[in-house]
Design a protein around this ligand. Structure first.
Ligand SMILES: Nc1ncnc2c1ncn2[C@@H]1O[C@H](COP(=O)(O)OP(=O)(O)OP(=O)(O)O)[C@@H](O)[C@H]1O
Ligand SMILES: [Mg+2]
Length: 295
């Protein structure tokens, strides 16, 4: 289980007390070493309410490490982590959760054998009665889960169905709806579209945008610049633990992002190496695009 929830109904005001686009989370020169391995070095980035900050990077770039630091699973070894203007050092996922940071991990978002409504309330179950008569308030939880999913435009005909029977995309959407309902202020999504086809990715991206519109600050981790560019307000590329690019949407095109992400010059060299004799090498951007889309 991994979407973390906290509090209760407070989320839907989009983060009370904060004007839209105010900074909710900041990393200043954050470093993380595992012994001699520097997984992150001097990473600075900022997450604002009502915005999607995309973190891109190749395998081993440090994306998961970054999430783990923000989610309280690992501690940073250098720099500062600032939430709502206050420096924090998380020692457990609960610390992060209590600050309103919800993390949806790719494969562990929900418990497959449990029903949809049960998953929606996992860890924050509603009960009825007192003492020995205390029971789960199944009816109320089912009604609320139904209302909340409908509000997000997620149609599931039967909330008693096990989550395992749903598609990967639907599971991600339910995990996002749950984080919004339980009052998350920051939502971290770890490659939510990585295992999905084009259509399902589109559905998930729509809910990522809904989380943004509900006022959350979203950190969207992805390998795919096309997905990032569809929804992102801000783009950060990690390269071997360092930030190699940090731009607002207005300052970068999709083509530039794709090129940067793929390491434009490395691809140019590869393109020359791979081209058959007499054949014109493909421009790096085209190669980068085909690499990202798998075409
Ligand atoms: N627990 C750990 N102990 C030692 N080294 C680690 C640990 N976790 C990660 N690393 C190293 O830190 C670096 C960054 O890894 P990380 O998993 O953060 O990359 P990533 O960007 O998430 O990659 P991927 O796209 O493959 O998931 C890698 O060199 C990795 O081997
Ligand atoms: Mg990873």
């Amino acid at each position: 289980m991994s979407t973390q929830t906290h509090g209760s109904d407070g989320a839907r005001d989009g983060g009370a007390g904060h004007p839209p686009n105010s900074e909710i989370l900041r990393l200043e020169d954050v470093g993380k070493s595992y012994g001699n391995v520097h997984a992150l070095r001097g990473v600075s980035l900022s997450v604002r309410q009502g915005e999607i900050t995309c973190v891109l990077g190749d395998n081993g770039a440090g994306k998961s490490t970054l999430i783990k630091v923000i989610a309280g699973l690992h501690q940073h070894t250098d720099g500062h982590l600032v939430v709502n203007g206050e420096e924090v050092r998380f020692t457990s996922p609960r610390d992060s959760l209590e600050r309103g940071i919800a993390t949806v991990y790719q494969d562990l978002a929900l418990v497959p054998l449990m029903s949809i409504w049960r998953n929606f309330f996992l860890g924050s179950e509603m009960t009825t009665g007192f003492g020995p008569f205390k029971r789960l308030d199944v009816k109320r939880m089912t009604v609320i889960a139904d209302e909340e999913l409908t509000k997000m435009g997620i149609s599931v005909p039967d909330l008693e169905r096990p989550v395992g029977a749903l598609s990967g995309g639907q599971r991600q959407c339910i995990a996002i709806a749950r984080a919004i309902y339980f009052g998350a202020k920051v939502l971290i999504l770890d490659e939510p579209t990585a295992a999905l086809g084009v259509k399902q990715s589109g559905v998930v991206l729509k809910y990522v945008a809904k989380a943004r519109d509900a006022g959350l600050g979203v950190i969207f981790i992805t390998h795919n610049p096309h997905h990032a560019y569809l929804v992102g307000n801000h783009f950060v590329i990690l390269n071997r633990g360092n930030v190699s690019l940090d731009r607002s949407r207005a300052d970068i095109t999709l083509e530039q992002l794709t090129n940067e992400m793929a390491g434009g010059s490395e691809l140019q060299a590869l393109s020359h190496e791979l081209s058959a004799p007499g054949q014109t090498p493909e421009p790096a951007a085209a190669l980068a695009a085909s690499r990202q889309t798998g075409r």
